[in-house]
Design a protein around this ligand. Sequence first.
Ligand code: 4GY
Length: 252
Amino acid sequence: MRALKVDVLTLFPGILAGPLNESILKRAREKKLLDVRTWNIRDFTEDKHKTADDSPYGGEAGMVLKPEPVFKAMEAVKAASPGEAFLTVLLSPQGRLFDHREAERFSRESRRILLLCGHYEAIDERVREALVDEELSIGDYVLTGGETAALVVIDAAARLIPGVLGDEESAYRDSFGDGLLDHPHYTRPAEFRGMKVPEVLLSGNHEAVSKWRRRESLKATLLKRPDLLATAELTDEDRKVLEELKRKLGKN
Ligand code: 4GY
């Protein structure tokens, strides 16, 4: 049985608690397919005021996460899982962009994944140098902290663990399994406020439905994210359909 094992180091474990205790992630944890342990960096501070941050050397504005509590917390995490290997990941805008392939890689990772969440303006560089294996970003914007990014990484990887989603295949049928965007979906009624469900979906012709879905995926990708077509897994038939769509939609 594959399972995703994650330790999250953060100053605000409460940010993660809600999302991990709802819906699919909650069920995955109950089924032991997802094991997330959160660690409060503040518990590893040394002084009576529990100081986790300090002003930067060199005299700029803002605060920097101190190295001592992070090193101590990391040592405690490792001591709690003796003999286990870890992949330590820092979440920051300086990281490589996290995408479906990275999610796939994490979902197959046998080591425990240690996610380090910074807060305030920055994190002492010695943490990055001594403790971090890789740095990942969920997008080109700056968050108030890495916690929401950690949730994104956990969520995207967890749903790829077999058994986490109800139907084992559903994760792969969705958007991005083959590098394309999802096709449109419809449910009852067949007509709603004058808007009709495409005829082919009511036809019972499975082959025609499959062709329609593929074509709609290609169309959505061409119109919304043409950059994805460069790396998508495309058959010769897909390429023909794309050429036809481009002609029709005036995309060349
Ligand atoms: N973007 N992707 C991100 C982020 C917050 C200051 C370092 C991101 O992953 N994390 O913006 N993180 C910053 C806050 C310390 C992390």
